[in-house]
Design a protein around this ligand. Structure first.
Ligand SMILES: Cc1cc2nc3c(=O)[nH]c(=O)nc-3n(C[C@H](O)[C@H](O)[C@H](O)COP(=O)(O)OP(=O)(O)OC[C@H]3O[C@@H](n4cnc5c(N)ncnc54)[C@H](O)[C@@H]3O)c2cc1C
Length: 500
């Protein structure tokens, strides 16, 4: 368990084998793979766990059909094998989901090319789980879908998760195996000294500074990676945004892949934790990375246009959107200035002055990425790396004394008494946004930022976190402001109005 958060002095009393910078899925994976091998590992995250891209993905644990289409069979195969492993190890948190790829007259790819791709996709995963659905069958499963030119659909399976809970589950496992983690601990400098590293930290929870020492450092800061890599910039930050839509207004049963009417890009519309999720966009993100990413008004319009072209009877507007979320993908740039959607999605590991930097890749392949990063530190050798890649040994054990919701999150009632109490005592909640946007997703899946739930749970939260009324008011204002600014629905701008 993460338990009580430690201050810098307490953390400095240890000499760490490994310090991991970044509490997203990559950092959590490195931490777990190191802790599993008996290394003394500390992970620090500048904001909250999974605050970066790892709470803002499309939630798919998948091989990625587009990677096959781009000819990247190796990445697809590795991803699919990791998908199957996670499905087996974390049922209730990583769940098989049905995907529909609607087929339309005269639109590529048609039934037979899709069938060939899906055959290969299933073959690489070692399953057989795709079939053709007739027009009538598609209409039964997705009655609101635009029927113009529709001829049927290809149906296959992939997996969905809660990316944030996957990070938390991985951190909990790593801490259970002797690792240590701290949120709101920002690395401000890394210096090589006496054959190891001295790392300067700023504790943002109580505004203290201090230093810790470690034998090796892994920089797993995703889209922020260039700040500590010591090499020339390699990350091309690409923003992707999603809408969380009222499920009463846009109900869907399956994950649908539909094409945007303007540019033909595939976009997912899928059921997730009780709401309908729509995304993603794919744009360069030149904005300051110290400011939380948010969906622009143009991106909201783009996604609404997609919805209304694919579900024409629904007339979905900004009023039907509970929340938005934007993530910055750490794509390793080809340097060729290609269209964002054409950049490859694999990870890279590189080093300078001993700091190992790992960035790019996918949520799905975090275990393999972690092994590559550990190999580069020299903390594991080639043989251990090879064995790790092929190993079928389980990564996760049950979390002792945890309520079922921790392992069965996708089915759980997130507003459950025991679950709430456990999160508040065990998962290092520092602010209300940690609780509402990441430990639970109530701030995204409930109308009006889930404020009604917060008011009902006010007493429990104050008692558990030791907040008096003044602090409660400060926290509530902070949360509502963050929600409105970065997770809300931006208004229509004059520019959009003219363009529309
Ligand atoms: C829109 C979108 C959709 C996606 N969909 C999918 C999908 O469906 N399936 C899939 O497999 N992958 C998907 N991905 C990719 C996946 O989300 C990312 O590859 C993954 O989350 C990256 O994790 P990370 O840990 O490397 O980075 P992050 O999650 O961003 O973690 C890096 C962390 O480092 C922290 N940090 C930065 N600087 C410091 C510092 N100085 N000190 C301490 N901490 C610091 C940051 O705060 C951040 O939390 C998607 C990505 C995007 C953007």
């Amino acid at each position: 368990m993460l338990g009580k958060r430690k201050n810098i002095d307490q953390l400095a009393s240890n000499d760490w084998d490994l310090l991991v910078i970044g509490g997203g899925i990559t950092g959590a994976g490195v931490m777990l793979e190191a802790a599993r091998r008996g290394l003394k590992v500390l992970l620090v995250e500048q904001r909250d766990y999974a605050w970066g891209t790892s709470s803002r993905s499309s939630k798919m644990v998948h091989g990625g059909l587009r990677y096959i289409a781009q000819g990247d069979v190796k990445l697809t195969r590795h991803s699919l094998l990791e998908r199957e492993r996670l499905l087996k190890e974390l049922p209730g948190l990583v769940e098989r989901a049905t995907y529909l790829f609607p087929l339309r007259k005269g639109v590529f790819p048609g039934r037979w090319p899709m069938k060939a791709v899906l055959w290969l996709y299933d073959f690489l995963a070692g399953i057989r789980d795709h079939r053709y659905l007739s027009l009538q069958q598609v209409k039964e499963r997705a009655p609101a879908l635009n029927a113009e030119g529709l001829t049927g659909a290809m149906c296959y399976t992939d997996a969905l998760t809660d990316d944030c809970r996957l990070v938390m589950r991985t951190l909990l496992e790593a801490c259970g195996r002797g690792g240590e983690a701290g949120n709101y601990l920002q690395v401000t400098r890394v210096e090589r000294e006496n054959g190891g590293f001295t790392i300067a930290l700023h504790d943002l929870a109580n505004d203290q500074t201090g230093k810790v020492r470690a034998r090796q450092v892994v920089n797993a800061t995703g889209a922020w990676a260039d700040r500590f890599s010591g090499s020339e910039a390699r990350v091309r930050p690409l923003r992707g945004s999603h809408l969380f839509v009222d499920p009463q207004r846009l109900p869907v049963n399956d994950c649908l892949t539909v094409m945007h009417p303007d540019d033909g890009r595939p976009v997912f519309v899928f059921p997730w934790e009780g709401v309908t999720c729509v995304g993603t966009t794919d744009l360069d993100h030149p904005q300051d990375m110290d400011i939380e990413a948010s969906a622009s008004s143009q991106e909201v319009d783009y996604l609404l246009k997609l919805i209304n072209s694919q579900f024409p009877g629904r007339d979905i507007s900004r009023d039907d959107v509970f929340a938005t979320i934007a993530g910055v993908r750490p794509v390793i740039a080809s340097g060729k200035g290609v269209d964002p959607s054409k950049e490859r999605r694999d990870h890279a590991v590189w080093g300078d002055n001993g700091v190992v930097t790992v960035s790019g890749g996918k949520l799905t392949t975090f275990r393999l990425i972690a092994l590559d990063a550990l190999l580069a530190t020299g903390l594991i050798d080639e043989a251990t790396h090879r064995r790790g890649q092929k190993s079928k040994a389980p990564m996760y054990s049950p979390v002792p004394a945890a309520p079922a919701a921790v392992d069965d999150f996708l089915h759980a009632n997130q507003d459950d008494d025991d679950f709430f109490a456990w999160i508040l005592s065990q998962e290092s909640v520092q602010h209300l946004d940690d609780l509402m946007l990441r430990r639970t997703r109530l701030g995204l899946t409930q109308p009006r930022a889930g404020e009604a739930i917060l008011q009902r749970r006010r007493e429990q939260i104050q008692a558990a976190l030791g907040w008096d009324d003044t602090l409660w008011d400060t926290e509530l204002n902070r949360y509502l402001q963050i929600h409105e600014q970065f997770y809300g629905v931006p208004a229509v701008t004059m520019e959009n109005r003219k363009a529309g």
